[in-house]
Ligand binder design. Structure first.
Ligand SMILES: NC(=O)C1=CN([C@@H]2O[C@H](COP(=O)(O)OP(=O)(O)OC[C@H]3O[C@@H](n4cnc5c(N)ncnc54)[C@H](OP(=O)(O)O)[C@@H]3O)[C@@H](O)[C@H]2O)C=CC1
Ligand SMILES: O=C(O)CCC(=O)C(=O)O
Ligand SMILES: [Mg+2]
Length: 413
């Protein structure tokens, strides 16, 4: 496809996805990146520098990444004009090149504009939001034993109330819908029908199963101990309750699980336990008994809350990485947002997008470069040369800038 504003690097080659979804990765793959709004201008260039250094060192400069900038958010409006927040060619390039990385994008809380982050996940059907949460030695934490937190979150990424099916209070549409619910569906429980906004929560068998299947497969492939289905099925019987029910059924049907003591918990032939917990109880248990949880499979909204809460236990969202995955497209992404008050100040922690890039390197099979990034992070933290978020919680730390932290990582590779 001929692009209008995207410049394809001449030195790079495309990654190909094989029929079994494995990747053929050339020595100089083209990787599209979205810089991101707010602190995207700070963290994304630092991420590129750190990744380039790790790749050059790991492979003696025989491999490199051909970065290709694609646009979304405020920068896209500048480049494309016409109020173009998410150009079609960005979505196309992310699809075509298979593996990409993005900084955070702003979503105004009110007003008509919906999240570009959510839009990208939905348009590309990136149905898994994968967010591993683990402790780096020396990172300041508000809990006593942060090393006990070692969880991998599989958050459903395309359904739930994030589908954006909702109507504003007072609109003719909401009036019509409420009338339909009352007259045709016998609904009597809308407390204030005249002034209610209404949101719809679609949760499907297919959507739940494909997410839970990936979580269970991950647990098997990575020798994990358990998969916990986190839901609020006691209140939302058919949506969140469905997620739980379909999860157990899938574990039995596709993975040979058998019920433990009459269920509902299930054990797989290799000993992995499939269990469930109600979301509010989960949020207190991850503080009190984090070692009991391992791989987590959950719906979209729960997963959003849970990922920030767990990130805080191991040092905050400044270092929490993530990936959005379909079967053939992978878009890596920082967990935090645009933190506008810090934008352009070379101040925040670039760790989240750098560790997202570390996941990306593993996805490419470039394990040596990924290991160097972890080594660099470990070294910079051990030397207590850290950004403000860690420095304010660490005794004897030297506070350094976003770019200096990237350099400290490189120096420690
Ligand atoms: N995937 C995405 O692109 C996401 C986008 N967003 C969007 O971002 C915007 C701002 O959202 P908001 O709710 O303020 O959440 P943010 O994650 O942007 O910021 C909340 C707080 O988290 C801390 N923080 C965030 N990033 C870093 C970092 N790199 N290093 C250190 N600390 C960090 C800061 O804490 P402190 O004040 O204590 O220093 C910051 O004030 C919204 O428009 C939202 O929709 C939000 C989440 C994800
Ligand atoms: O898209 C947004 O603005 C927020 C998304 C978010 O919080 C997340 O994906 O963790
Ligand atoms: Mg979030």
């Amino acid at each position: 496809m001929a692009y209008k504003h995207i410049k394809v690097p001449a030195n790079g080659e495309k990654i190909t996805v094989n029929s079994d979804f494995t990747l053929s990765v050339p020595n100089c793959p083209v990787i599209p990146f979205i810089e991101g709004d707010g602190i995207g201008v700070d963290v994304t260039p630092v991420m590129r520098k750190v990744v380039d250094a790790a790749v050059a060192k790991a492979y003696d400069s025989k491999k490199s990444i051909a970065w290709m900038e694609v646009y979304a958010g405020e920068k896209s409006v500048k480049v494309y004009g016409d109020d173009t927040w998410l150009p079609e060619e960005t979505v196309e390039a992310v699809r075509e090149y298979g593996v990409s990385i993005k900084g955070p994008l702003t979503t105004p809380t009110s007003g008509g504009m919906r999240s570009l982050n959510v839009a990208l996940r939905q348009m590309l059907d990136l149905y898994v939001c994968l967010r591993p949460v683990r402790y780096f030695k020396g990172v300041p934490s508000p809990v006593k034993e942060p090393e006990k937190v070692d969880m991998v979150i599989f958050r459903e990424n395309t359904e739930d109330i994030y589908a954006g099916v909702e109507w504003e209070a007072g609109s003719p549409e909401v009036k019509k819908l409420i009338e339909f619910l009352q007259k045709e569906m016998g609904v009597t429980k809308i407390r204030f029908p005249e002034t209610s906004a209404i949101g719809i929560k679609p949760v499907s068998v297919e959507g739940s199963e494909r997410l839970i299947r990936r979580a269970i497969q991950y647990a098997i492939d990575n020798n994990r101990r358990s998969v916990t289905l986190v839901h609020k099925g006691n209140i939302m019987k058919f949506t969140e309750g469905g997620f739980k029910k379909w999860g157990y059924e899938l574990a039995k049907r596709e993975f040979g699980g058998v019920e433990i003591d009459g269920g509902p918990w299930v054990k797989l032939p290799n000993g992995i336990v499939i269990k469930d917990v109600i979301a509010d109880a989960f949020l207190q248990q991850i503080l009190l008994r984090p070692a009991e949880y391992d791989v987590i499979a959950t719906l979209n909204l729960n997963g959003d809350y849970v990922s920030d809460a767990l990130a805080a236990e191991v040092g905050g969202i400044g270092i929490a990485p993530g990936a959005n995955l379909s079967n053939d497209v992978a878009m890596f992404e920082a967990t935090h947002g645009t933190a506008p008050k810090y934008a352009g100040k070379d101040y925040v922690n670039p760790g989240s997008i750098i560790l997202s890039a570390e996941m990306m390197l593993r996805h490419l099979g470039w394990l040596e470069a990924a290991d160097l990034i972890v080594k660099g992070m470990d070294g910079a933290i051990a030397a207590k040369t850290v950004t403000y978020d860690f420095a304010r919680l660490m005794e004897g730390a030297t506070e350094i800038s976003c770019s200096a932290f990237g350099q400290a990582m490189i120096d420690n590779m």
